[in-house]
Design a binder for this molecule. Structure first.
Ligand code: ADP
Length: 449
């Protein structure tokens, strides 16, 4: 743009000057030609006489030649060319019968040359040549050039300054973002990119921060999970060590006590294997390694679980009943489905005291298969309800442990159901007790178990 600003106005002005010079110079030459037009032959005397009446209009030099190009009249006082032959292009052109004009702008001056033939009865008898050296208009043009240059300088400095300020602000923001990325990459998950403004970089900063928030949450959950898992594994291992030490260190231990201790060791070992099984299941769910899914009819799987749990409930004095509709199929695998229903019914029986009742219902509702497991036990404190599906979260640790719980059952249920596009929610019943409701998208079909 600056180059254009510096060239275009100058080229236009130069052209305008050239055109005005052409008009004025050619009209001056015409006047001279007119004053010579009455002569049949040109010589030094008659030309000088004719030219004496012509008013010189600021021209630097005027030449008149005869038809052979010999100079008959020259306004230059010293070093005039009278008597010499001249070969100026314009004169040659004029002697060939053409008007000629040329103008150049060089070294701070316009140099214009114009010529015309002098005719007598259609015969070329000579030529008039005029030369003008004009510094006035050239000075104006150079002034314009200078002003444009100064203006360009100011514009250039302003633009440069503005781009420096803007690019500095931009690189500062990018720098902040880069620092934040580096810090988070090195593990400082609490670091946030503080980028002010509403531009795209500030938006990227916000996105980055919310990504880091999620990363931090996931990282915290992972750490808590690892620490909880180690703790859960440590407890039965410590019990096993304690029991084996007791057996080994007691000299006269009676066989009855030994059997009791060994049975306790067995129970703790069983607990360990339950925890590791559940952990493995969760790890598989985390890595999204799903069993091959097909349309599975829920009812046969539910009946199988209830047959298993029926005996346990009976032993505990809990009434286990169900009300199930046929034709409820979901996209899943039988093992997965079994695990989900088993965990829920097992919990209901586990956390319902003797004399209580557990009701299971299965139905189709607006394109969904709905399974609900309701009991009339103690229910779940409202404050614990939102966290009940977290890994190792238990309302009453001692009670859960005593009942053989690992604290992973509901997380397995929730993760499994979510992986298949379903939902699970826990609530307390108005009359007391808890109710768990699972909803899967219903599908057609489903084979026998
Ligand atoms: P656990 O192995 O301890 O049963 P879960 O993940 O299955 O672990 O359940 C988490 C916790 O939710 C339990 O420890 C218990 O406190 C509570 N809970 C689950 N089901 C019920 C229920 N039907 N009634 C009351 N509390 C329940």
């Amino acid at each position: 743009m600056l180059i254009l600003l510096n060239t275009y106005p100058l080229v236009v002005s130069q052209n305008m000057v050239f055109r005005s010079k052409e008009t004025t110079m050619q009209s001056s030459v015409s006047v001279m030609v007119y004053s010579l037009s009455g002569l049949d032959k040109l010589n030094e005397e008659n030309v000088a006489a004719a030219m004496a009446v012509v008013e010189e209009t600021g021209l630097s030099r005027i030449l008149v030649t005869d038809s052979a190009g010999k100079v008959l009249y020259d306004t230059r006082e010293t070093g005039g060319a009278v008597g010499q032959y001249t070969l100026y292009t314009e004169i040659v052109q004029a002697l060939m019968g053409n008007d000629a004009f040329s103008c150049i702008f060089k070294n701070g001056a316009f140099r214009s040359r114009a010529s015309s033939p002098v005719l007598y009865q259609n015969q070329i008898i000579g030529a008039v040549y005029a030369y003008e050296y004009d510094t006035e208009q050239a000075a104006l043009l150079e002034g314009l050039q200078g002003n444009l240059l100064r203006l360009s300088g100011v514009i250039g400095v302003v633009v440069l300054g503005l781009s420096l300020v803007l690019s500095k602000a931009l690189t500062k923001k990018i720098g902040l973002l880069l620092t934040a990325i580096r810090k988070v990459r090195e593990g400082a998950y609490s670091h946030r990119a503080e980028i002010r403004g509403r531009d795209e970089i500030a938006q990227i900063g916000e996105e980055f921060n919310s990504l880091t928030d999620r990363l931090q949450t996931t990282e915290n959950a992972r750490r808590r999970f690892v620490s909880d898992a180690s703790h859960e594994l440590k407890t039965p291992l410590a019990a096993i060590r304690l029991l084996t030490d007791s057996i080994l260190q007691t000299d006269s231990i009676d066989p009855e006590t030994t059997r009791e201790f060994v049975s306790d060791i067995g129970q703790e070992a069983e607990r360990l294997s339950r925890i590791t099984e559940d952990l493995l299941r969760l790890t598989r769910l985390d890595s999204s390694v799903l069993d091959a899914a097909s349309a599975v009819d829920v009812l046969p799987v539910l009946e199988q679980v209830l047959r298993m749990m029926g005996l346990v409930a009976q032993e505990k004095g809990v009434d286990l009943t169900y009300d199930a509709a046929e034709g409820c199929a979901v996209l899943s695998s039988k093992d997965e489905l079994h695990q989900v229903i088993y965990n829920l019914v097992d919990n209901a029986v586990k956390y319902t005291p003797a004399g209580g009742a557990v009701q299971v219902s299965l139905k189709r509702e607006e394109g969904q298969v709905v399974l609900s497991v309701a009991d009339n036990g103690n229910g779940i404190p409202e404050a614990d309800l939102p966290r009940i599906f977290e890994r190792f979260y238990r309302v009453d640790k001692a009670r859960s442990r005593a009942a053989g719980g690992t604290g992973l059952g509901l997380s397995i249920v929730s993760d499994t159901v979510k992986q298949r596009g379903g939902t699970v929610e826990a609530a307390n019943r108005p009359g007391g007790g808890a109710v768990f409701t699972v909803r899967w998208p219903a599908v057609k079909g489903g084979g026998a178990v």
